[in-house]
Write a protein that binds this ligand. Structure first.
Ligand SMILES: *Cc1c(COP(=O)(O)O)cnc(C)c1O
Length: 225
């Protein structure tokens, strides 16, 4: 398959899952997770109509954003990786949405460094996996409700919703349950955006209410290394 075919196939699968979830087709945003992919690959995807791209690392992303801009391509850029606080300013300047706010310190830094309202999501480490960043739901010292209250009080941030990377598991019910937990949390707090679902699990995520899916390999093909 070439990229046009992979993108088309992905769109069909997203559309079918969206309809299965009882929502109108087109209501789930597909974000191309483009880490390690070269600028010309990204440019091709944007020309094929993929209008949202997600990058994981600032150093890698900025030259790619600039390269596409030189070709007159300005997709909506999402930051989806772990963000160091010393990169908060450039992230706030160059990205439309930061999906991966994973500490209070980072939220405060983004608030201090952004000039207008910066759209953010809070990353949640649903299953308390040591390898993952994100707020946990089990820290008695910092209940998630307190975290959210604090982040929502920061005047330059617009907290749209929650993001998670599901546990890697062959067992679909474990993956599904983690998406249900995130969706339940968003509902309790009146948050509308749910960034969840990747190549292996985006259909499950959409069935459980994802509003944004971050899809890499299904669109761009396997990554090298
Ligand atoms: C790489 C990545 C994705 C996409 O992963 P695929 O398995 O290639 O679809 C999604 N979200 C984050 C945070 C990622 O780092």
């Amino acid at each position: 398959m070439n990229m046009a075919e992979r993108l088309e196939r992905t769109r069909e699968r997203v559309a079918a899952a969206t309809v299965r979830s009882g929502r109108p087709e087109g209501s789930v945003r597909i974000i191309g997770a483009s880490k390690t992919m070269a600028p010309d690959v990204l440019a091709e995807a944007v020309r094929l109509g993929l209008s949202d791209l997600g990058e994981n690392r600032i150093q890698e992303a900025i030259p790619k954003i600039d390269a596409l801009a030189r070709e007159g391509l300005q997709p909506t850029w999402h930051f989806i990786g772990h963000l160091q606080t010393n990169k908060a300013k450039v992230a706030a300047e160059r990205f439309a949405i930061i999906h991966s706010v994973d500490t209070l310190k980072l939220a405060e830094e983004l608030n201090a460094r952004s000039s207008g309202k910066l759209k953010v999501l809070l990353e949640v480490n649903i299953a308390d996996e040591p390898s993952k960043s994100g707020f946990t739901l089990t820290n008695p010292e910092l209940p998630f409700s307190d975290t959210l209250l604090k982040v929502r009080s920061l005047p330059n941030l617009d907290v749209l919703g929650l993001m998670t990377v599901a546990p890697h598991s062959e067992d679909d019910s474990i993956v599904r349950r983690s998406f249900q937990t995130l969706a339940g949390l968003a509902r309790v707090y009146g948050l509308t955006e749910l960034s969840m679902g990747m190549t292996e699990d985006f259909e499950t995520a959409i069935e459980e209410g994802a509003t944004m899916v971050r899809i890499g390999r299904a669109i761009f093909g396997e990554r090298n290394g």
